[in-house]
Design a protein around this ligand. Sequence first.
Ligand code: ADP
Ligand code: 5GP
Length: 189
Amino acid sequence: MAAEASAAGRLFLITGPSGVGKGTLVSALLQRHPQIWLSVSATTRSPRSGEQEGQHYFFLDRAAFEAKVAQSGLLEWAEFAGNCYGTPREPVEQYLAAGRPVLLEIELEGARQVRQSFPSGFQIFIKPPSFAELERRIRGRGTDSEEAISRRLERARVELAAEAEFDAVLVNDDLDRALAQLEQLMGLA
Ligand code: ADP
Ligand code: 5GP
């Protein structure tokens, strides 16, 4: 419990290529540590089946997304595989001020922006055991069109080349092992 106190009021960020298992790891982490507040992003992507407005994302059209950018309502934003994604600023600031550990799960360009605005944040890069396994996971998830899969795999090569920028790198091979390592990195173990 003493270790958990060290996560209070800190900003944590998880990134890594699409399909590596970020969402799976984060939802297991939140189940075990409900004190963590996970930021809900805005996106122009269409909802996947089962995704709920306000729970997985705030689904916006381009004009609404651009209005948020113009009002400085996003802490960071980036274009990924043809859609815009961004982190609403206000709730992040509020939860940090309230002393909660705050977690962002975002892509590389956004992580770079957050590194500038929150240099004291802790950024973790999740990588797959191999590129072939990454492709197998994206396809196995069964949520993306062939075109979306190609764009995501193409982008994955760029993201994987950036691992050295991060405070920590974690290989998501065995899920339980990766989760335990993530808890340790975040001072939650
Ligand atoms: P991301 O959020 O990074 O895009 P997901 O969490 O959606 O990735 O995971 C992509 C797919 O990989 C899902 O089908 C998920 O069940 C599977 N997966 C996640 N972690 C592992 C793991 N450690 N071993 C095998 N499959 C995994
Ligand atoms: P997906 O479409 O698979 O949900 O997400 C695609 C990518 O966008 C993932 O790498 C995810 O981490 C990233 N992403 C989700 N929300 C945000 C956000 O608010 N900002 C940025 N920059 N990337 C995000």
